[in-house]
Design a protein around this ligand. Sequence first.
Ligand code: FES
Length: 112
Amino acid sequence: MSWRITTNITRTPEIQVTLNGDTVTAHENESIAAVLLICDQLISQINRFGQPRAPLCNMGTCYECLVQVRYPGEENYSAVRSCLTPVAAGMDIKAGREIKPNVNVKPVAGES
Ligand code: FES
C-alpha cells in the first residue's frame, strides 16, 4: 500500500486520468509511475515471456516501466516509459498488459 505525503508539501492541481478503466485522481506533472504506485498498480507491463515487470531504475534506462497511454484527442495508444512521462488530464493509461517487444516507445519532451 502506498500513499502520498500530505504534510509540508504543496501539490500541483488535481487532474483526472483513467487507469485500466477506472477514473483516478493525479496531480499535474507527476509521473505515470507515481500514479501507478499510489493506485497499487505495481505491474507496469507483461513482457514477451509472460513475466510481470515494474519500474526499476526510475530514470529512463531500463524500459521495465512501459505502459500504454492514449492522450486526449488521439485515437491510438502509445507505449511510454511511465517513470519519465508526466500525466495529462484526460489521459487513458493501460498498465499490467503485454507490450510487444518491437513496439516503438514514444520519446519524452526534449529527447531525440
Ligand atoms: S523505470 Fe527504468 S525506464 Fe522507467
